[in-house]
Design a protein around this ligand. Structure first.
Ligand SMILES: NC(=O)c1ccc[n+]([C@@H]2O[C@H](COP(=O)([O-])OP(=O)(O)OC[C@H]3O[C@@H](n4cnc5c(N)ncnc54)[C@H](O)[C@@H]3O)[C@@H](O)[C@H]2O)c1
Ligand SMILES: C[N+](C)(C)CCCC=O
Length: 617
């Protein structure tokens, strides 16, 4: 209902979380919804239409607020059968103020007819977004580097156009960020778990409010579908919520000693932690690293991949807005050189890295110089074992989930699909049919299931693997070709058709190496023992999966699989309350779950003497 009193309406909007003040002004994300009522049942449909309006605090006058609140519900129309349709707008905050498309939309007035809203464009559409604001962030604010010698272009995978210019941080900037983190650490580490939890819960709430906004920008920078990007934002939020809960449970042990003396242990934070991320889950990785780090009382300097630098800074803004001390979570942009500076920095206590095995080895070596704690989440070439007693429908769905999420650019993907011989023909027929049906195209469209790969060189590399597989004797059962969407604005994008390779053997390159693209290699096997031997024949051990209806076999097989994250009758499920990480060269340490507390704290033991010192001297 429209609220009459402008001041009250402002307060009401703030309380409901639909409106928040941003520095020096206000910015609204206006969303159109359609509410259908039939027989007392309301269904709300998101029209997918959003635009934004931005104005200064001094414009907060009665007239303006009336128009804002009038925008909340508009255009009620009754139908002859007694049902009605309400087209309404919701207001929520957006701080991605840099994006040109939003600026363009500022000229639209708020109190417009609903029809005009519905005719408007989606907030971000492929090929329209430019990011101009600084992407570095420390001391609670975005930072423009004063002396930038070189910038690097960042691309929009869906179109191939330049999205922004990256300003990499050198030693001066890395020092500033680490210093900011150190000073925030002094205050943050002394707060109680409950106090930290309050701020983290608030950050999670802001993420929930800005879900669509963050997901859209993730799509624009990464190329994955909007459907998946929303899931990533949800996973980030859930992770922060989960560790907010963990924060107040951190505790030590009391140990009784002779003569009334005792000892106790304290779980203490490490200090300034560094997070270094890969490009496949930019926002989610930033959250998966920062949430446990902050919950345990550490501060963090995070370096996103230079390929996808845009969304981590949104997380930094969100923590700051939620009440985190200045410098608690900082972003430094850059590639290898910036990463090296962070790993060698004397004031950094720990590095948590997500990326490739070769880089992981370098990180570990650099950390060894300062004897720093290190967590490595590295690559995989994971096996998926499908036994003939599996439910075919679920096995096929599992294999698709194991290979084609995020255009196949997922560390845990089960790319070596071992199918028991008797089931192979029907499995292949179904998996190929469904793979051909995957809708490729504009990642911002709801119907798209596969967007663009992250970059042109990466696309070429993946296509190269398909060529090589063909030469080595694999049969391309479908896909593996460059894909050019009909929409002219997408012609420069990095698309390919998802590929299923048959006739694969263990010695082929496509079966041995991590391709990190939408390429499934299918192999056949006869016996459980044989499948296990072949599945474990890899230097990597991130994940593995088993499909079978025999519960004893499922557990027997999983027990013998040399992988850190195993799935029975499903694949690529990563609830944040469950630890995730690899065996062998796929990594060290875990992310998510209770155990991660051990990777972000150190234990102090305190001995307390209640009697006299029993000295030998
Ligand atoms: N296990 C997991 O949880 C997980 C998750 C996502 C991705 N990955 C892996 O990541 C890889 C793909 O990501 P990528 O191409 O971004 O990996 P990458 O190793 O090339 O880069 C990862 C990060 O490391 C930085 N970096 C590169 N060289 C560095 C150096 N010498 N010192 C410090 N930092 C350095 C990069 O700038 C980037 O931020 C795949 O192998 C994939 O399996 C693993
Ligand atoms: C959420 N997923 C799809 C399991 C991805 C985990 C992170 C690895 O790249």
């Amino acid at each position: 209902m429209p609220v009459e009193d402008p001041e009250e309406s402002f307060n009401e909007l703030q309380r409901s979380g639909h409106l928040e003040e941003v520095r020096g002004g206000l910015e609204f994300l206006v969303k159109a919804e359609q509410v259908e009522e039939h027989a007392g049942q309301e269904t709300i449909q998101d029209s997918g239409i959003t635009d934004s309006v931005d104005f200064r605090m001094d414009e907060r006058d009665s007239q303006l607020w009336s128009s804002v609140t009038q925008g909340l519900h508009v255009n009620n129309s009754g139908h002859p059968d007694g049902s009605y349709t309400t087209e309404r707008t919701l207001l929520s905050v957006s701080t991605v103020r840099s994006v040109t498309v939003r600026k363009m939309l500022q000229r639209l007035v708020l109190a417009r007819p609903a029809a005009l809203l519905f005719a408007a464009l989606r907030c971000a559409s492929s090929g329209t977004v430019d990011v101009k604001v600084p992407l570095n962030f420390w001391c609670g604010d975005r930072v423009k580097i004063s002396d930038v010698s070189t910038t690097e272009p960042v691309y929009e995978p869906a179109t191939g156009r330049v999205l922004c210019e990256l300003e990499p941080c050198g030693s001066v900037e890395v020092n500033q960020a680490v210093q900011a983190a150190q000073s925030a650490y002094q205050a943050w580490s002394r707060m109680s778990g409950m106090e930290r939890a309050h701020i983290m819960i608030e950050a999670a709430r802001i993420i929930e409010n800005r879900r669509e906004d963050i997901a859209e920008i993730e799509v624009v920078n990464n190329g994955k579908s909007i459907t998946e990007a929303r899931m990533d934002v949800d996973s980030a939020r859930l992770c922060i919520e989960y560790y907010a809960g963990v924060a107040s449970t951190l505790a030590g042990q009391h140990v009784q000693l002779p003569g009334g003396s005792f000892a106790y242990t304290r779980r203490e934070p490490l200090g300034v932690c560094v997070g270094i991320g890969a490009w496949n889950y930019p926002f989610q990785i930033a959250a998966w690293k920062s949430a446990p780090a902050l919950a345990c009382g550490n501060s963090m300097v995070f370096k996103p991949s230079p390929v996808t630098p845009v969304t981590a800074v949104l997380l930094a803004e969100i923590y700051a807005k939620a009440g985190a001390p200045e410098g608690l979570f900082n972003i430094v942009q850059g590639g290898q050189e910036t990463g090296n500076l962070l790993c060698h920095h004397p004031d950094v206590a720990k590095v948590s890295f997500t990326g490739s095995v070769p880089t992981g080895k370098k990180i570990m070596e650099m950390c060894s110089k300062g004897v720093k704690h290190v967590t490595l989440e590295l690559g995989g070439k994971s096996p998926l074992l499908i036994f003939e007693d599996s439910d075919l429908e679920n096995a096929v769905k599992g294999a698709l989930m194991a290979n084609f999420l995020s255009q196949g650019q997922v560390c845990s993907n089960g790319t070596r699909v071992f199918v028991q011989r008797q089931m192979l023909p029907e499995f292949l027929e179904e998996v190929v049919r469904r793979t051909k049906d995957i809708e490729i195209g504009d990642p911002l469209l709801e119907s798209t299931r596969m967007g663009a790969l992250v970059s042109r060189p990466h696309l070429d590399r993946v296509l190269g693997y398909v060529d090589q597989a063909r030469k080595e004797g694999a049969k391309v059962l479908c896909g593996g070709e460059p894909f050019v969407p009909l929409d002219p604005k997408l012609r420069g994008g990095y698309y390919m058709t998802p590929c299923v390779l048959g006739n694969c053997t263990d010695n082929m390159t496509c079966v041995k190496e991590e391709i990190f693209g939408p390429v499934m290699s299918v192999l056949s096997f006869e016996t459980e023992e044989e499948a296990l031997l072949r599945a474990n024949d890899s230097a990597l051990g991130l994940a593995a999966g088993v499909f079978t209806s025999d519960v004893k076999r499922a557990h027997r097989v999983v027990e013998q699989l040399k992988a850190g994250s195993c799935f029975i009758n499903n694949y690529n499920i990563t609830p944040v309350e469950v630890p995730f990480g690899g065996f062998k060269m796929s990594g060290i340490g875990r992310e998510n779950g209770q155990v991660t507390v051990e990777h972000y704290t150190q234990m102090k033991t305190v001995f307390v003497e209640m009697g006299d010192v029993d000295s030998l001297f």
